[in-house]
Write a protein that binds this ligand. Structure first.
Ligand SMILES: [Zn+2]
Length: 317
């Protein structure tokens, strides 16, 4: 209660202030409603990874999400735009980034946005790694972001590159963490300029009608596109939904966290953990054994679930 009430108050205020014309910007998009997410069942949302598990959104409703930050030059500009539009978003912060810029992630939180986590150091593809390493990345990521924020954050998680795998998905469910994929991918990590980002967002939204929008608060083009993007969304009748958790994230006990950390804090690259050396696990040179594991997983992932995979898989998120 203590956790989400301030969020609710600010959000409701922002939404109603637009309706009553108190938002300074005349055509501000605001917040149309708040969607409370019960994470006790470890839900999964978003069509790109979880085809049949969509967020319960109505037609023309959009959820704004920003990954990979915070990064001062970009996140500050994005926060300014969101404020001008009296609207709210969800930030999937990278642990290391939050640790590097704690005031910034605190500001994100203070301005009423939802803060979730996106691993500790954003490994490019967790399927390359052994399960305990992925688990460490998740738990450490949440711990970093929560410590930097200084307040309880949301149990909302997104896989780097949207590269999930079964054990990890089950682990997140067991931890009562909501696993967020995406619906609308404008490709702002592909080097597109603001105009293309806006065009892609609108064309995908025309097709899908609603969804979770994936943006990155480390890309200057995204920050540059945002004012016009929000105005265009408003002009086309889209509404912003602010997602908040019913209950805050519950960190693992410190003793367990230390145990997880010790698994990966060995300096000797030849230390063997679970049959693989530290270097093989911790993203050193790609070894034959890691490659074999990856190949096996990739084969599995090229199975029916992802048979219609398009070019988005090749890009970086
Ligand atoms: Zn990412």
């Amino acid at each position: 209660m203590i956790f989400h009430l301030p969020l609710l108050q600010t959000s409701v205020h922002a939404g109603s202030s637009v309706e009553s014309g108190h938002c300074k910007l005349k055509r501000a998009i605001g917040v149309s409603r708040i969607l409370e997410i019960d994470t006790s069942t470890g839900p999964r949302y978003g069509r790109v990874q979880f085809k049949d598990q969509l967020l319960p959104l109505k037609h023309k409703e959009v959820v704004l999400t920003f990954d990979d930050g915070p990064l001062p030059s970009v996140t500050k500009s994005i926060l300014r735009t969101l404020k001008r539009h009296c609207t709210k978003a969800t930030f999937f912060a990278v642990g290391k980034m939050a640790k590097a810029y704690p005031e910034l992630i605190q500001r994100v939180y203070d301005e009423g946005h939802t803060v979730g986590a996106h691993t500790h150091s954003h490994p490019r593809d967790l399927r390359h790694h052994y399960f305990p390493y992925s688990r460490f990345q998740i738990e450490r990521g949440f711990q970093d972001v929560q410590t930097a924020t200084g307040r309880p954050i949301a149990p909302f998680f997104r896989f780097p590159g949207l590269h999930d795998y079964k054990e990890m998905n089950n682990y997140l469910s067991d931890r009562h963490i909501a696993n967020f994929s995406v619906d609308i991918v404008p490709g702002d990590t592909s080097g597109y300029g603001p105009a293309r980002i806006i065009r892609n967002t609108l064309s995908q939204l025309r097709r899908r009608g609603k969804g979770i929008l994936l943006l990155h608060d480390i890309k200057p083009a995204t920050a540059a596109a945002l004012p016009r993007l929000l105005s265009s969304l408003k002009a086309h009748g889209y509404k912003i939904v602010h997602i908040v958790p019913r209950k805050p994230f519950k960190p693992v006990p410190i003793a367990l966290m230390n145990m997880l950390y010790q698994d990966f804090s060995h300096k000797d690259p030849k230390t063997i953990i679970g049959g693989l050396t530290y270097r093989q696990l911790y993203g050193g040179r790609s070894s034959k054994k890691t490659k074999r594991i990856y190949k096996k997983r990739s084969r599995k992932f090229r199975g029916k679930k992802y048979s219609k995979r398009s070019s988005w898989r090749k890009r970086r998120y």
